[in-house]
Write a protein that binds this ligand. Structure first.
Ligand code: NDP
Length: 293
């Protein structure tokens, strides 16, 4: 039996597309010594057995792991202090990297994957960004978005206090440490109704859906007026057909609408580079994945 050197750990895990994505990346470097032992598989961990599963994987020679639902927060706690800045800010780990001394470092590549995908469509510098949602995915996106030097960053959430908490705990301290000043605002969905936005003149150039409303087929209670004339709408969720949020954006007249498949491939590319030192070409893999779903 060949032991995998890299895995994606989750529960459930059979649906994960990560093995296909990483196999496609590795194929781009077929003759490179860094991928000569690159074997990537799914690894199902019992709900109460994350750390035991990682330990057994490490004992068998494991070099790196992606972590997915529901273990990202547990992985964050499990690595202790061996965290990158972006993983610490995210409060979650989606990538584990085995260090030379055998210890594991926890990183979070989700936000970087999102930004890399956004940059394929729009320059984020100087843009007014609105992030919808204040859960784990939104939290992980904050630092990578701020690093792009937008004009402003607003977070709107069904529970507005959670949006405020994200800004207070993650965005504001980071900006303070960088000595950068940038308008931040926490909003509720009531602030995004047409009449409020029109009266306020507060439109957005980039609107990112990081809520799980699309998963349930639900529309978000937001007005059409939130989108500026050249706005980009991004849904972290992806699907074979149009997602509910992107349908909403289309009806609001938004021309550029992008789903989260590129974020998925992008976060994997970041992890692949962390493990191998090689930067894969995302575009052909994304196109191939699009044909698969
Ligand atoms: P969480 O459960 O951590 O957060 C869910 C968020 O959605 C909360 O802000 C919650 O608001 C909000 N929400 C849920 N239902 C509704 C609703 N009906 N109306 C309005 N707001 C709602 O989820 P994650 O942050 O982990 O994931 C969010 C989305 O991002 C999912 O669709 C997920 O698939 C996607 N994602 C995509 C990735 C990719 O690679 N493409 C990677 C990671 C996530 P409240 O706080 O009020 O409950």
């Amino acid at each position: 039996m060949i032991h995998p050197t890299y895995v994606v750990i989750g529960h459930p895990i059979a649906h994960s597309k990560s093995p296909q994505i990483h196999a496609a990346f590795a194929a781009q470097f077929a003759d490179h010594p860094a991928v000569s032992r690159f074997v990537y598989q799914q690894l199902l961990a019992p709900l109460d057995g994350f750390s035991a599963t990682v330990k057994a994987f490490a004992d068998a020679g494991g070099r790196g792991a992606n972590v997915t639902v529901p273990f990202k927060e547990e992985a964050f706690r499990w690595v202790g202090e061996q965290l990158t800045e972006r993983a610490a800010a995210a409060g979650a780990v989606n990538t584990l990297v085995r260090q030379v001394n055998g210890a594991w470092q926890g990183d979070n590549t989700d936000g970087a994957g999102l930004v890399a995908d956004l940059l394929r469509h729009i320059d984020l510098r100087g843009q007014r960004i609105l992030l919808l949602g204040a859960g784990g995915a939104a939290r992980g996106a904050l630092l990578p978005l701020l690093q792009q030097q937008p004009k402003s960053l607003s977070v709107a959430n069904r529970t507005q206090s959670k949006a405020q908490r994200l800004l207070d705990e993650v965005a504001a301290p980071w900006l303070h440490a960088q000595d950068v000043s940038l308008p931040l605002q926490a909003l509720g969905f009531d602030d995004l109704l047409d009449e409020v936005v029109v009266a306020d003149g507060s439109q957005f150039d980039v609107v990112i859906n990081a809520t799980s409303a699309s998963l349930n087929g639900e529309r978000l209670p937001i007005g059409d007026a939130i989108f500026s004339s050249k706005a980009l709408a991004y849904d972290m969720m992806y699907s074979k057909g149009e997602t509910p949020f992107l349908a909403q954006a289309r009806l609001a007249g938004v021309h550029t609408r992008v789903d989260g498949l590129g974020m998925l491939v992008g976060q994997a590319a970041e992890a692949f580079e962390l493990w191998t030192g090689l930067r894969p070409n995302v575009a052909p893999v994304l196109q191939w994945m699009r044909e698969q779903i």
